[in-house]
Ligand binder design. Structure first.
Ligand code: NAD
Ligand code: ZN
Ligand code: ZN
Length: 389
């Protein structure tokens, strides 16, 4: 089959690789009908995620048709149309039973190695590092789905692939980011990043009752789309984000701040911070504010900082004193996608949201390598790429 494979920094190729096979009774093989490129794939593309190996099949936002099921899998049958969560979970362990599927303690076979780096191990993920199990990803013609009797959700024929594909990751992620904010009537939510995740967070904040959403980005098409969703959009090149958010909130700050940006190659650790607030918020050598610091500074006392942006390295010089003195709550997670699937599928069916609004580019797998660049460089108005093998 054809698949997109990783060969180092900025090197994704479309290659012929062996077809996947059932390896365990609970597995399923799906024929991929649609898959997407995620901001998290860009961290791999930028070479900041440890544990990648040459030839790894990438991709973790995938849906398709079941073409084979393992002998112990009673939940799926050949012909089912499913969306596959990017987090792999057994459904039975200590964490899965509590709904913390992205903390599954069985799905990551590399958990001992992962614990050395992170102190403990998260769940296995598709297409994302041998520290997370080295599972082949879904930017491919076929994909093996472990624990396929737990993760994949069947979707009705009345909805198109594009309407449901983002249940695999970015819709639950944006929704969780907003849910973490514990939104009350009248609340102002600030969202850093108007990429696909930020866009989902903006829509979700309104769905969950936010009165006002302030969104921050610099990319024209992304700013326009956020405005279309009702956000007030700020650009750090035009004004000081902190000053403007304070002006807009009677000097208090936003009730909750969402980081939907995460690691950018130039925000890795090792830079010196200076005491001055503006300079502390800015990375040496770039004029781009450090999102997490700015989100902390811009959050009102006893507000919430909700982090869904992924950090690949160690992020230091975080103003913990500010957070402690002012009673901030930090919430963050790799999304336990399985937990959100039923409620979010229902929201799509009800017409509360059509997540396909972020799609700007559609192509075949062979165009994937070029579209990784287009998406990373935000060229051609690119917001979200969907590949149809
Ligand atoms: P993306 O790269 O397309 O979007 C990031 C956006 O942030 C871009 O539009 C960029 O212009 C903007 N940005 C960069 N620096 C900024 C700054 N200083 N202030 C404001 N905006 C800034 O990526 P995406 O697909 O939207 O994903 C966003 C993040 O969410 C990534 O880190 C990704 O890894 C992460 N993510 C996390 C989960 C999870 O489970 N927690 C799931 C999916 C994605
Ligand atoms: Zn993703
Ligand atoms: Zn589990």
């Amino acid at each position: 089959m054809k698949a997109l494979t990783w060969h180092g920094k900025s090197d994704i190729r479309c290659e012929s690789v062996p077809d996947p096979k059932i390896e365990n009774g609970r597995d399923a093989i799906i024929k991929v009908t649609a898959c997407a490129i995620c901001g998290s794939d860009l961290h791999i593309f930028d070479g900041v995620i440890p544990g990648m190996e040459h030839g790894d099949i990438v991709g973790h936002e995938t849906m398709g048709e079941v073409v084979e099921v393992g002998s112990d899998n009673k939940a799926l049958k050949v012909g089912d149309r499913v969306v596959v969560p990017f987090t792999i979970a057994c459904g039975e362990c200590f964490f899965c039973k509590r709904g913390h599927f992205s903390g599954c303690e069985r799905s990551n076979p590399s958990r001992k190695k992962a614990a050395k780096l992170w102190g403990n191990s998260p769940a296995g993920l598709f297409g994302y590092s041998h520290l997370l199990g080295g599972f082949s990803g879904g930017q491919a013609e076929y994909m093996r789905v472990p624990y396929a009797d737990v993760g994949p959700i069947k979707v009705p024929d009345s909805l198109t692939d594009e309407q449901v594909l983002f249940l695999s990751d970015i819709f639950p992620t944006g929704y969780m980011a907003a849910e973490f904010c514990d939104i009350k009537p009248g609340d102002t939510i600030a969202v850093w990043g108007c990429g696909p995740v930020g866009q989902m967070a903006i829509k979700s904040a309104f769905l969950l009752g936010a009165e006002r959403v302030i969104a921050i980005d610099t990319v024209p098409e992304r700013k326009t789309l956020a405005e279309t969703s009702g956000a007030l959009v700020l650009d750090f090149r035009d004004e000081d984000i902190y000053d403007r958010i304070m002006d807009l909130t009677a000097g208090r700050g936003a009730d909750a701040c969402i980081d939907a940006v995460g690691t950018e190659p130039d925000t890795m650790s090792g830079f010196d911070a200076i005491i001055d607030r503006v300079k502390v918020a800015t990375f040496m050598g770039t004029d781009r504010p450090h999102v997490l610091r700015q989100a902390i500074h811009c959050c009102r006392n006893f507000g919430t900082v909700s982090i869904v942006g992924v950090y690949g390295g160690f992020v230091d010089k975080i103003p913990m004193g500010s957070a402690i003195n002012r009673g901030l709550t930090f919430r963050m997670a790799q999304t336990p996608v399985q937990h959100y699937l039923p409620i979010l599928l229902e929201r799509i069916e009800r017409g509360d949201i059509d997540p396909s609004f972020v799609i700007t580019h559609r192509a075949g797998l062979e165009d994937g390598p070029e579209l990784y660049k287009t998406f990373r460089d935000k060229k051609d108005g690119c917001i979200k790429v969907v590949l149809k093998p």
